[in-house]
Ligand binder design. Structure first.
Ligand code: ATP
Ligand code: MG
Length: 428
C-alpha cells in the first residue's frame, strides 16, 4: 500500500518537459502586449469572498458552486481567485489608477474553480487577462480583438474563429429579460433544476447552460438583438466595421451571453474545433458598470481572459511546437582537477557571454558518462576540459551533431568563437 501524498484532483504540476513551451508562449504574449503599450499588473491570489460575490454575481456557476472559499484565522471569508477581473478592478480603484487617465493592463497567473476536471477543464488553471479602463468607444473593443488575433498569428495558432455579440445596455437587457422569461415559462417543463432556479433570479444565464438537454430550447429562444437600443446598435455596428477594416473575420453569435453577470454591450469568444467540448480559448467583453459597482467612479471597461492550458494544448494539437529552449553548450569536466576548475571557468564564460545557454557537468562521472549526458541535454556543442586541456590551457570544442571538426582553443579564443556565433546559434 502506498502512502505517498498526492496532488489535488484537477491541479497538476507543470513538468520540466512542458515548461519550455509555456515559457516561449508566455514570452510571445508579453512581447505582443508590450507592443501595444499594455502594462503588467500583479494582484494577490486571495481576495475577500465578498468581492467575487459582488462582481461575478451571486447567481452564477462560479459563485454558486465553483469557488474555493475558506475562513482565515481571523474569521474573514476569503476565496482563491476564480478569475482576474474582479481583483484587477479592486486594485485599480484602491490604488487610484483611474484618475483622469485610461489604463491598459494585463496579468497572468493561476485561477481556481471547483469544476469537474476533464480535458481543458481543471481546478487550478492559468489565464492571461487583459483589461482596459476609461475608454468607452468600440475602438478599444476592436483593438483588444486585434491584439488577441495577433497572439494567434504570432503563436502559429490557426484553427480559431471569432464570435461576437452585443448584450446591450442594462436597459436593453431588462427589456430582453422579460421577453426571455415569457418564452422560458411557456416551456417550463423542459427546464432543469438550475435553470428553474435561475428563471427568476438570472434568466440570461440559462442561455449559457452546458446541459445538452436544453440545447434545442435555447436555440429557439428569442434573441437579444431585437431589444438593443440605438446607441447599442451603433456601438456594435462600428465594432463590426473596424474588424472588417482590419481584415479580422467574425461570426455574430446571437446566443453568446458569457457566464458572468458583469458584461454588457460587446462580448466575444475565440473558439476552436480541435479541443472537444472545451473549445473556447479566449473570452471577453465590455463591463462598463463594474468599477462603480465596487465603489469606484463610473468608468467604462473592457477586457478578455485567455485560458493558457487550452491555448498550449491547441498549439500541441496543431503540432506547431516551436521555440523550445535549446542549450548551446554542455561543459564536460573530465577528471578531478577539471571538475575543480570547472565552475570558475563556467562563470568566466557566462560573464563574457551573457546570452550563453550552457549546462555544466556536475557530480563528476566518467568521460563516457558525461558525453551521454551532453547528448541527452540537447546541447549543440560540448566544451571539454580534461587533464590535457588544463595542462595546455585550452578547451576542446566538439560538435555534438558531428558537423564541425573538433578543435582545441584557448579560453580567449573560445569566447571569441562563441561571440562570433552570437547571431547564429546563440540567438536561436
Ligand atoms: P467555460 O464556458 O469553458 O466554462 P467560462 O465562460 O467559465 O468558460 P471564463 O470565465 O470566461 O470561462 O474564462 C476565460 C477562459 O479561461 C475560458 O475561455 C477558458 O479558456 C479558460 N478557462 C475557464 N475555466 C477553465 C478551467 N476550469 N480550466 C481551464 N481553463 C479554463
Ligand atoms: Mg466555466
Amino acid at each position: 500500500m502506498s502512502n505517498k501524498v498526492q496532488s489535488i484532483r484537477g491541479m497538476s504540476d507543470q513538468l520540466p518537459a512542458e515548461t519550455s513551451l509555456w515559457q516561449s508562449v508566455e514570452r510571445v504574449l508579453q512581447e505582443v502586449l508590450n507592443g501595444y503599450g499594455y502594462q503588467e499588473i500583479r494582484m494577490p491570489i486571495v481576495e475577500k469572498t465578498e468581492l467575487f460575490k459582488r462582481t461575478i454575481g451571486e447567481v452564477t456557476d462560479i459563485v454558486e458552486k465553483e469557488m474555493y472559499t475558506f475562513d482565515d484565522r481571523n474569521g474573514d471569508s476569503l476565496t482563491l481567485r476564480p478569475e482576474g477581473t474582479a481583483g484587477c478592478v479592486r486594485a485599480v480603484v484602491e490604488n487610484n489608477l483611474l484618475r483622469g487617465q485610461a489604463q491598459r493592463l494585463w496579468y497572468r497567473g493561476p485561477m481556481f474553480r471547483h469544476e469537474r476536471p476533464q480535458r481543458g477543464r481543471y481546478r487550478q488553471f492559468h489565464q492571461l487577462g487583459v483589461e482596459v479602463f476609461g475608454l468607452e468607444g468600440p475602438d478599444v473593443d476592436a483593438e483588444l480583438i486585434a491584439l488577441s488575433a495577433r497572439l494567434w498569428r504570432r503563436l502559429g495558432v490557426k484553427r480559431v474563429t471569432l464570435q461576437i455579440n452585443s448584450l446591450g445596455s442594462v436597459a436593453s437587457r431588462e427589456k430582453y429579460r422579460s421577453r426571455l422569461v415569457t418564452y422560458l415559462r411557456a416551456h417550463q417543463q423542459q427546464l432543469d433544476e438550475d435553470s428553474l432556479r435561475r428563471l427568476e433570479s438570472n434568466p440570461l444565464r440559462i442561455l449559457d447552460s452546458k446541459n445538452p438537454a436544453l440545447a434545442d430550447l435555447i436555440a429557439q429562444a428569442p434573441v437579444l438583438e431585437e431589444s438593443l437600443d440605438e446607441a447599442d446598435r451603433t456601438h456594435f455596428e462600428q465594432l463590426q466595421r473596424l474588424l472588417e477594416q482590419m481584415g479580422i473575420s467574425y461570426e455574430i453569435n446571437p446566443r453568446l451571453v458569457r457566464g458572468l453577470d458583469y458584461y454588457g454591450r460587446t462580448v466575444f469568444e475565440w473558439v476552436t474545433d480541435l479541443l472537444g467540448a472545451q473549445g473556447t480559448i479566449c473570452a471577453g467583453g465590455r463591463y462598463d458598470g463594474l468599477v462603480e459597482q465596487i465603489g469606484g467612479k463610473a468608468t467604462p471597461a473592457v477586457g478578455f481572459a485567455l485560458g493558457l492550458e487550452r491555448l498550449i494544448e491547441l498549439i500541441r494539437e496543431q503540432g506547431e511546437e516551436t521555440g523550445e529552449t535549446k542549450l548551446d553548450i554542455y561543459l564536460v569536466l573530465a577528471g578531478e582537477a577539471a571538475a575543480h576548475a570547472g565552475l570558475a571557468l563556467a562563470e568566466q564564460l557566462r560573464s563574457a557571454l551573457p546570452g550563453l545557454r550552457m549546462m555544466t557537468n556536475l557530480g563528476g562521472g566518467s568521460f563516457k558518462a558525461q558525453f551521454r549526458r551532453a547528448d541527452r541535454s540537447g546541447a549543440r556543442y560540448a566544451l571539454i576540459v580534461g587533464e590535457d586541456e588544463l595542462e595546455q590551457g585550452v578547451i576542446t570544442v566538439k560538435d555534438l551533431l558531428g558537423e564541425d571538426a573538433q578543435k582545441s582553443l584557448s579560453i580567449d579564443a573560445v569566447v571569441e568563437w562563441l561571440a562570433r556565433y552570437n547571431s547564429g546559434f546563440l540567438e536561436r
